[in-house]
Design a protein around this ligand. Structure first.
Ligand SMILES: C[S@@+](CC[C@H](N)C(=O)[O-])C[C@H]1O[C@@H](n2cnc3c(N)ncnc32)[C@H](O)[C@@H]1O
Length: 458
């Protein structure tokens, strides 16, 4: 399943177990991300499950190495570019990933240089071959000689926003997008720095009391959602209530997004709820737990495998129908629902802490097509709800075009009224983004979720 085997290289199976387990696992994650666009947050847990010989300490180190190296790619590549005679894109991708892995340990973790260099050279010999290990050795020695991240940033000579981008591990266009969304310079650096650290694990207590989940997990109650428990670390998959589905991993911001729909003031019937982009079912799960008696939930997703995940997550829940359906061409009749959640497909710029490679995979060109889709989906959401009914539009991106831009356009319609979000969460400070809501990692310790609430008036 790893790169060398997949690429059909001769790879003596007997050598891999002798390689450093944590570093090899981190490398395998980097290779999966580079060579087959794997998601680190899915691949790493899978590898850890397949390698039970790794102690808890090794698993934590592998996680730190893989996530840290993926996040820091821009800075690492800026450093390596000056030390390698060829363009980085012309290097064997395995060698480039190994250089990044070694350089990350040197500049950010301050692993002693002999340990960082020797272990990376050993990995290179085992994975790529002896020929490449000389290059890796020479380059990493130069990285070590240049000092830590601060010294390297000074040596690179970047200034202003370019320096901020390198210092906080974000591409420049995301720095610009976050400044625009924050609407000021004051918090920008704090926001980007908070987005550059590994987040706590957040759990949602769905069919278990929160106190019981706190006790079982050793975590602490989340500050904003009455269902949230935060864990400093560890593997939530070991918890019986997570394995049974009574609890689940879910960012506290995502919990508030689902609660927004449930808390919206509504007059008249309240029996039919729609979750229009439901896969893999995180928010549907919380909606099912908090709905009043008699509410029937329809959960749809365009991707069949995502709809299947919803069905799996909601198995055993009464009065939940799961559909594979394109929300822009819905199979349901207009005005069928009292409440509609549109958790729109987006760039995911607000959840970069949990998906470290996404910041380098996304580009500014991704935004416009998503805005077109979001606009079309919001149009259907508004026609799917009855007169007087509510639509919650949420994204795990704070990007202005995907959030305020999309909702302002719909709010300009004569049959739509905006319901202020912050009033529904009186305990959550600094939430208002105009009449909408915006969570931030540096303010709330959550993903940067955007939330808006609209009512169809006629
Ligand atoms: C942000 S994710 C939803 C996350 C989900 N609500 C949760 O909390 O687990 C967006 C989802 O929209 C789905 N999607 C994308 N385009 C769609 C469309 N045209 N109609 C319905 N679903 C769509 C994607 O497959 C993806 O599962």
């Amino acid at each position: 399943m790893t790169g060398p085997q997949r690429r059909g290289r001769r790879h003596p199976a007997t050598r891999r177990p002798r390689l450093d387990g944590a570093r090899l696992t981190a490398y395998d994650v980097l290779d999966g991300v580079s060579s087959r666009a794997a998601y680190a947050n899915l691949l790493l847990p899978q590898l850890l499950r397949e390698r039970p010989e790794l102690q808890e300490r090794d698993a934590a180190f592998a996680t730190q190495l893989a996530y840290g190296t993926l996040r820091a790619r821009g800075t690492l590549d800026a450093i390596l570019t000056g030390l390698v005679s060829r363009p980085l894109a012309e290097l064997d991708p395995r060698v480039l990933d190994l250089l990044r892995l070694g350089a990350y340990q040197l500049i950010d973790l301050r692993v002693p240089s002999h340990a960082a260099v020797d272990t990376t050279v050993g990995l290179t010999r085992g994975i790529v071959g002896t020929g490449a290990s000389g290059l890796v050795n020479a380059v990493l020695r130069k990285v070590a000689a240049g000092g830590d991240r601060a010294q390297w940033l000074a040596a690179l000579g970047a200034e202003g926003d370019d320096r901020l981008a390198l210092a906080t591990d974000h591409p420049r266009w995301i720095v610009d997008a976050w400044r625009d969304a924050l609407g000021s310079e004051d918090e920008l650096e704090a926001a980007l720095l908070a987005d550059d650290v590994a987040p706590e694990v957040h759990l949602v207590a769905r069919r278990i009391g929160r106190e019981a989940l706190v006790e079982e997990s050793g975590g602490s109650p989340g500050p904003w959602s009455p269902f949230a428990v935060r864990l400093p670390g560890g593997d939530p998959g070991r918890l019986a209530s997570v394995r049974s589905g009574a609890a689940a991993v879910q960012d506290e911001g995502s919990q508030l997004a689902a609660l927004l729909l449930a808390r919206a003031p509504l007059e008249g019937p309240d029996a039919a709820w729609l979750d229009m982009c439901a896969g893999p079912g995180g928010k549907t799960g919380l909606l099912a737990a908090v709905r009043p008696d008699g509410v029937r939930i329809t959960a749809a997703d365009r991707a069949p495998h995502r709809a299947e995940l919803v069905a799996k997550a909601l198995a055993g829940e009464p009065d939940v129908e799961v559909l594979t359906a394109d929300g822009t061409r819905p199979p349901w009749a207009p005005a069928s629902f009292d409440r509609v959640l549109l958790d729109a497909p987006c760039t995911g710029l607000g959840a970069l802490r949990r998906r470290p490679e996404v910041r380098w995979r996304r580009t500014a060109d991704d935004v416009h097509p998503l805005v077109e889709l979001q606009t079309a989906l919001l149009d259907t959401a508004l026609s799917s709800v009855r007169v007087g009914g509510v639509v919650a539009y949420v994204t795990c991106s704070p990007h202005t075009a995907e959030t305020v831009g999309v909702v302002d356009a719909a709010a300009g319609r004569e049959d739509v009224e905006v319901i202020p979000v912050a009033a529904l969460f009186p305990d959550v400070p600094d939430l208002a983004r105009g009449a909408y809501g915006q969570l931030w990692p540096h303010r709330h310790g959550t993903d940067a979720m955007f939330m808006a609430l609209l009512r169809r008036t006629r």
